[in-house]
Design a protein around this ligand. Structure first.
Ligand code: SIN
Length: 271
């Protein structure tokens, strides 16, 4: 499909856009790829409807954006660890992404992006919310920004209770990253601490770190930085983990919500 048929409709002034006129089941030509990439950098999270992708097409889409990341512990589909299963039903005790997070930020080189395709959605609910970490940083006072800018934080993965008897792909990762990172493409600064993985700010005392992280975890959830997406079967969301956080709302128990995530490798965060 030629590039001029692509329409990008912002979901909020701050974050998220719905993209129409693109068929993700087919290889993206260079113009379409460039247009999607531009929209991605501008809106941080892109949404597509009615994309009946096969797992192979989903993998090909992910590979168009970079090498694929393997989740440390999640179950995968079709014998391919790059096809991470996102699934919740009446037997689930926990769900993926129920707390605000940036995907696997505990990796030394955390994923730059994720592409989620839902095949089955509950009759209502099961939305996902994303929050803009550029805005979260820019909303802080200059004094707070100056305090946070030089700091680093320890991120630790803990998947206990999430994946049942499924054997992990590797040890749960841990890493130290800047509290504020610079996006390698846009050059903008983004807050990079999240409730899912960040445990401790390294340069200050444990008590100071706790108070500071509590404040920041609350701050990143400000609705002014957010968008919320209502899924349909065959919706696709692709998000930039370097400048967003997300959380999946589990309000549909005992119904089933199911899909596949393909995740794209990223670089080591820098200041
Ligand atoms: C995740 O990848 O964190 C899960 C997102 C979702 O299920 O909406």
């Amino acid at each position: 499909m030629p590039r001029d048929e692509i329409r990008v409709e912002p979901l909020t002034p701050t974050i998220g856009a719905v993209v129409e006129g693109v068929d993700l089941t087919r290889p993206l030509d260079d113009d379409t790829f460039a247009a999607i990439n531009r929209a991605w950098m501008d809106h941080l999270v892109l949404f597509f409807r009615d994309q009946a992708m096969t797992p192979e097409q989903h993998l090909a889409l992910g590979r168009r954006f970079g090498e694929l990341h393997i989740h440390p512990a999640a179950p995968y589909a079709g014998g391919d660890p790059a096809l991470m299963v996102i699934h919740a039903d009446a037997d689930s005790h926990r769900v993926n992404g129920e707390r605000w997070h940036s995907d696997v930020s505990a990796d030394e080189e955390p994923p730059m992006g994720s592409i989620l395709h839902l095949h089955r959605v509950p009759s209502r609910g099961g939305d996902t919310c994303w929050s803009n970490m550029y805005e979260a940083y820019e909303a802080l006072s200059p004094a707070m920004q100056a305090f946070l800018d030089p700091l680093t934080a320890r991120h630790v993965a803990n998947y206990e209770g999430y994946y049942g008897a499924h054997p992990p792909q590797r040890e749960p990762p841990r890493a130290v990253h800047p509290v504020v990172r610079t996006h390698p493409v846009t050059g903008r600064k983004a807050l990079y601490v999240n409730e899912g993985f960040t445990r401790r700010i390294v340069e200050i005392s444990r008590r100071e770190s706790r108070a500071c992280l509590d404040f920041l975890f609350d701050h990143v959830q400000d609705v002014n930085f957010q968008c919320r997406f209502q899924w349909q079967a065959n919706s696709v969301a692709m998000w930039d983990n370097r400048c967003t956080q997300h959380m999946a709302v589990w309000d549909y128990y005992p119904e089933t919500r199911s899909g596949i995530r393909v995740t794209i490798k990223g670089d080591r965060p820098f200041r």
